[in-house]
Design a protein around this ligand. Structure first.
Ligand code: NAP
Length: 571
């Protein structure tokens, strides 16, 4: 009788009660009673019942033995059936990795990406001459080999399927779609002159992102500009992306030929007659955003000399900068390395007939305008920079900022790479903080500002409302900063929030009757399901690219045509 009562309770409990731990514990107590119960539990689990925790209860009985926090967390995690992750870059993969450690054996973690290939910035962002950074792909590959993992490539959320459909299908959706836009300077000439591009565009182009690598106009423009005798380039911004771009432009093509740089880019770089390149920061060397490893690499390029004007270094050594450097050993070492670089005049004197390239680190220069080349007025010919001095915002101890002095200089240049940071884009159906260009969240839980009740106090007006079942991680969560490993902490925090919410019955119950995402896509009808790339499909791409790469002495030759990628994956 007791058994019957409990079973009917389980069967007829509204679906949104299925994560209630008290229900789970009752179920487990029943399961302990004998094999009849065990069979029942397993049959419940294999049906599309709204009480699918039975199997996971059975597989993980220890979870329900007591009410210890660890046990509660395990039982909560076991109640999650399906999690969808939007974006297959490092931030998404770390969430998948830590989720799979928590979830039960019948749960799935499904990753959706607009590209037919996984790995996001590891594939299309990390510089080709940094293979050691790319090796993290092997770890992600292990995550993907888990039988509970699914990859759905070539599916664009917001176009092929909406957030509403995803939320109706998954217990939880994790946004891990990164930052796909550039921050902009907002100066004259930036949007109108040819030869001014975002560093993101350049990086995606040489790394084989189909949208950029297949852009014939871009390839032709870069070839034309770089092939001009005495061509000069400027990189605006001094982060690690700026140094990646500078290094790729400064290196001898032969030194890149055995990397996975795309052939179309290598072919353009082989024709390059670039002589000088300036990497320009608005603040001083004490505030530079690049790191010492990347700077050291730039200083050691065969056939290129890294220089720095000593007067710009001296101007950056304000008393507060010196005090700041004394507080941070890594920053001090970086500053010491900059200070040890030769002056442009000394470098020219040492190698007067230098056929090589000169890379100049320039400091305390604020970009003001981009001017046309008089000979080709549609193209950039120079950049106007205002000399700056450092100041502490709001007085002593404040953030160090660059303040214009009114003195302008004009620097000739044929190619300008704007490298002042990336920016996330809003996604339909997802709250977005336009000011910070991130998805508003607390510990990865997405929220919206709750409307203030009439007459509420100011503190109440600041209340936020969590969006049930919606989470975020990576650059959409914290902004576009940090290295690949920064995503580990982020992912752990987001996964902990998901598990905790499951434990408190706070995940909404999916309403979809679909059995797989392909089914959802078929119902939506905007994507041919036969064009969706699975993990097995990606493995075919991987094998093909490695095979072609091997014939050219490269680890891989990336396929840059999106349709060709899909064809290889789905044949
Ligand atoms: P970043 O590190 O944030 O650097 C942005 C640069 O742009 C800074 O020098 C900044 O100067 C400058 N900037 C911003 N607004 C500006 C403006 N209006 N005018 C002039 N300059 C401006 O960005 P990122 O280089 O795109 O890198 C993003 C993240 O990826 C970073 O955390 C980076 O370390 C990481 N990353 C790492 C590697 C690697 O480990 N090898 C490679 C690539 C990227 P201020 O400091 O004055 O604002």
């Amino acid at each position: 009788m007791v058994l019957k009562a409990h079973v009917s309770f389980l069967l007829f409990t509204p679906t949104n009660h299925r994560r209630d731990n008290s229900v789970s514990r009752s179920m487990y107590a029943l399961l302990r009673r004998g094999s009849a119960c065990r069979k029942l539990a397993l049959s419940l689990s294999s049906s599309r019942s709204s009480v699918p925790t039975a199997a996971t209860l059975w597989h993980q009985p220890a979870c329900f033995s007591t009410a210890s926090p660890a046990a509660r967390s395990a039982s909560a995690a076991a109640s999650i059936r399906r999690v969808g992750i939007v974006g297959a870059g490092p931030s998404g993969f770390y969430v998948a990795k830590y989720l799979l450690k928590e979830l039960g054996p019948s749960a799935t973690v499904e990753m959706i990406d607009c590209l037919p290939t996984p790995f996001g910035l590891v594939r299309t962002g990390v510089a080709p001459d940094h293979p050691e950074v790319k090796s993290v792909q092997n770890d992600f590959g292990k995550v993907a080999e888990d039988p509970r993992f699914r990859f759905f490539g070539n599916v664009r959320v917001g176009q092929d399927v909406g957030m509403a459909e995803l939320r109706g299908f998954y217990d939880a959706v994790v946004l891990a779609y990164g930052a796909s836009e550039d921050r902009t300077l907002g100066i004259p000439g930036e949007d109108t002159l040819e030869g001014v591009i975002g560093a993101r565009t350049f990086v995606n182009w040489y790394n084989g992102h189909p949208e950029y690598a297949q852009d014939e106009k871009l390839t032709t423009m870069l070839r034309d500009i770089l092939a001009q005798p005495g061509a000069q380039a400027a990189v605006l911004g001094q982060g690690n992306v700026a140094l990646d771009c500078a290094r790729v432009l400064a290196k001898q093509p032969a030194d890149l030929a055995s990397s996975d740089i795309c052939e179309h880019a290598l072919e353009v770089l082989r024709q390059s007659h670039l002589t000088t390149m300036s990497v320009i920061g608005r603040r001083g060397h004490g505030q530079a955003a690049f790191t010492i490893k990347e700077l050291r690499e730039l200083s050691r390029i065969a056939g290129a000399t890294l220089v720095v004007p000593p007067e710009e270094v001296a101007q950056g050594l304000t008393p507060f900068t010196i005090a700041e450097l004394a507080q941070s050993r890594p920053r001090k070492r970086l500053a010491d390395l900059v200070e040890s670089l030769p002056a442009p005049s000394a470098a020219a004197a040492a190698a007067p007939a230098a056929a090589g390239r000169t890379v100049a680190l320039r400091f305390l220069l604020i970009p003001k305008a981009l001017l046309p080349d008089p000979a080709r007025p549609h193209r950039v010919g120079a950049i106007v920079l205002e000399r700056a001095r450092l100041q502490q915002e709001g007085g002593e101890g404040g953030r160090v900022v660059a303040v214009g002095t009114g003195e302008m200089i004009e620097m000739p240049c044929n190619l300008v790479l704007r490298s002042i940071g990336y920016k996330s884009q809003p996604l339909e159906g997802v709250p977005f903080d336009n000011r910070r260009a991130v998805v508003p969240n607390r510990q990865g839980r997405v929220f919206v500002d709750a409307p203030a009740a009439p007459g509420a106090l100011a503190a109440a007006a600041a209340a936020v409302e969590v969006v049930p079942g919606m989470y975020c991680t990576g650059w959409v969560k914290r902004g576009p900063t940090g290295i690949i490993n920064t995503n580990i902490y982020d992912a752990r925090e987001t996964v902990a929030s998901i598990v905790e919410d499951a434990g408190h019955g706070k995940l909404p119950t999916p309403s979809s009757s679909s059995s797989s995402l392909l089914d959802v896509l078929a119902k939506v009808g905007r994507k041919k399901v036969e064009e969706v790339v699975t993990w097995e499909g990606y493995r075919k791409i991987d094998a093909y690219e490695c095979e072609v790469g091997a014939t050219r002495g490269k680890p891989r030759e990336k396929v840059i045509d999106a349709q060709e990628l899909v064809r290889i994956a789905t044949k």
